[in-house]
Design a protein around this ligand. Sequence first.
Ligand code: SF4
Ligand code: SF4
Length: 238
Amino acid sequence: MARLLLDPKKHKNYAFNGCVTCDAKCCGSNIVYSSIFDLKEASALFPILFYISDGRISPVYFFYYGEATEEKCPYLNGNLCSVYERRPYACRSYPFSFEQGKPCFDDGCPRVGRLENGGNPLFNSQNKLDSRVISEFVGETFAKEKEKIFASSKQFVDFCLSNNFLVPYTSFYKDNSLYMNFKPTLVEHLYMLHPQRIGVMRMQNKELFTGHDDFFQYIMMIIASHKNIETLFSLKKV
Ligand code: SF4
Ligand code: SF4
């Protein structure tokens, strides 16, 4: 599956055709892209790591489900989401998302296709995302505040990098150092939760966050979110 930029010229005659007959393909990936916008909801359910693409910090996060890429989200029960009411924004907005501030869709969703096959058009006559796409997927608040959300996401990741909170997770992702996590040397206690050596840390340098109370909150949420690795693995055993 790949995220493709939504281009009004290219996708003028594209539509979304509803989820009714789909067997929840979107819950079959081992990563879900997200943003700081839904950090609170997401961190309550998933461990959160960072993703850096093309040498740039992309203001997205992802939720890691497990080692095998073909595994499904452990919250998927049959074709239904067992945490539907509190599923993260990334799940609510799927197949639509934003990459570097630009709207995208995931070509892995089988129900995005040509308008002649029916469904709700993706663009209106002014070549803007259709209002139904916004109200049902993107969300009015997100659409209105997206520039602010992207800017604060980037600021947060920059803050983490400049203060050495983030390091490439090379020990686990041997062939790919793009995945980032918090730096273990900042750890007061590092709990090893799994042979993957993903740890939970407690912050020592709280004074670094003076004037950045919101960042501190985000970091605490991300740290707490790593406890979900245990939850996810115990869910899989069931
Ligand atoms: S968003 Fe797409 S992949 Fe997900 S359930 Fe709906 S049709 Fe299927
Ligand atoms: S949380 Fe729910 S909607 Fe999101 S990937 Fe998991 S099963 Fe699907």
